[in-house]
Write a protein that binds this ligand. Structure first.
Ligand SMILES: [Zn+2]
Length: 231
């Protein structure tokens, strides 16, 4: 091999980004230790009992402190995988899942993934990524929608049965309805005399019983998906 013309094709280490510098700094100062996590209590108990026992077996005379090894931490949405290390010896535990399998329950709340992230940050909990949360939401939203449609159908049938028992015409149901818009009505001043909403949800409730149960909903959206429009 020619010694003068040879050159190793190895990429140079890239300059560190601001995020990486911050992460390094966090490791040095240990500031990450003062943030919060949500873990399942029983999983946490199991982890530490196993860790204490194992550490004692591996290094019987070590009096080091066992702590979470945050450099190894893994985050899956709102779920955490952690491992422990000793501050004195080389002991490091395996990774433990500190969660039970759960789907994120934002479908049952009126808040968005962005709002949930704000709540997490205000609680000093590292928030899940938007893309991860959207992925979970996409996976279960169809099922939630199907179940809701079935439930509304059940409500309508129930009202019909009640009307039949009362001796009234089951095909005539008194209702009340209202619409909620995503944009405030004044936001379209000078541009449209109509409601300027790009999204709305129309809700229909029965006026036959004191419960006024919701018997149908109709969401409409004029927003287009970016992916469809630009690719
Ligand atoms: Zn130790």
């Amino acid at each position: 091999m020619h010694s003068t013309s040879g050159r190793l094709l190895r990429p140079k280490q890239a300059a560190k980004t601001e995020v990486e510098k911050c992460a390094e700094n966090e490791n040095k100062t240990g500031s990450e230790k003062y943030t919060n996590r949500t873990v399942t209590i029983s999983k946490n108990t199991e982890m530490w009992n196993e860790v204490f026992r194992e550490h004692q077996n591996v290094s019987p005379h070590c009096n080091g402190i066992l702590e979470w090894d945050l450099s190894m931490e893994e985050k899956w949405g709102s779920a955490w995988r952690e491992c422990a290390k000793c501050t004195k010896c080389t002991y490091r535990s395996k990774m433990f899942n500190l969660y039970e399998e759960v789907a994120i329950g934002l479908h049952h709340t009126p808040i968005s993934t962005a709002s949930y992230r704000k709540i997490c940050m205000a609680s000093n909990i590292p928030p899940p990524s938007v893309s991860g949360m959207q992925h979970t939401a996409n996976a279960i939203s169809e099922k939630v929608e199907e179940e809701n449609m079935r439930d509304l159908q059940r409500q309508r049938e129930k009202i019909k049965r009640i009307k039949k028992i009362r001796g009234e015409n089951p095909d005539v149901v008194n209702i009340q309805s209202d619409c909620v818009y995503n944009n405030a009505i004044y936001s379209g001043i000078g541009r449209t005399p109509f409601q300027p909403a790009t999204q709305c949800a129309y809700t229909v409730a029965e006026n036959e019983t004191y419960k006024h149960s919701i018997i149908n909903t109709l969401p409409k959206s004029k927003l287009c998906s970016k992916r469809k429009a630009y690719s």
